[in-house]
Ligand binder design. Structure first.
Ligand SMILES: [Zn+2]
Length: 182
């Protein structure tokens, strides 16, 4: 399965989403994030966007699934792959989650962390899926997560607007991960 998607924010990028081994994404770069320090407020169009609606439409996300997929953002003008992440969706277990895995180009660091998922029943049947933002003290249900240039983790718009510096961000997520592993 491979589907080309419009970037919902600016229409410039497209994402192709294919069922592949998620480990493959670790060998690829998360491109475009290798230079510069994050600004205090990031324009949303510079971010990589992870959309629950997009994942659901492509059947990567749904009820009672265990899915491994690679998500690739490509430049619509050149067709060049600009970044790629691996994801593992598990909605069979007691806690539905999506695990994200990718390499930070500028540091060569591999990150791998779970994001919890939640559902809202739809009046015509089925469910609307959302992420629970992994930002510290956030946990908002949101349909989209963002990874800004210079960022390490996907988080909601609110988190990045309010606390966006690299050190705060790292701190936020280290605490989040500590809490998970306790
Ligand atoms: Zn948040």
């Amino acid at each position: 399965m491979s589907v080309i998607l419009e970037n919902p924010v600016n229409g410039e990028q497209t994402a192709s989403c294919a069922a592949q081994a998620w480990l493959r994404a670790k060998e690829e770069n998360v491109g475009g994030y290798g230079s510069g320090r994050p600004r205090e407020k990031e324009p949303v169009e510079d971010c990589r966007v992870l959309s629950a609606g997009m994942l659901q439409r492509n059947k990567v996300l749904g009820e009672r699934l265990f899915n491994i997929a690679a998500l690739t953002w490509t430049n619509a003008a050149t067709g060049e792959n600009v970044s790629s992440i691996g994801c593992l969706v598990d909605t069979i277990g007691a806690v539905p989650l999506i695990r994200l895995s990718y390499e930070i180009t500028r540091t060569g660091e591999n990150v791998d962390y779970p994001v919890r998922l939640t559902t809202t029943p739809l009046p015509w049947g089925g469910f609307r899926w959302a992420f629970l933002c992994p930002g510290w003290n956030c946990g908002r249900a949101c349909r989209k997560l963002y990874l800004p240039p210079g960022g390490r983790y996907f988080a909601c718009r609110l988190c990045y607007r309010l606390t966006y510096t690299s050190t705060q961000e790292a701190h936020t997520f280290d605490r989040f991960l500590n809490r998970l592993t306790r």
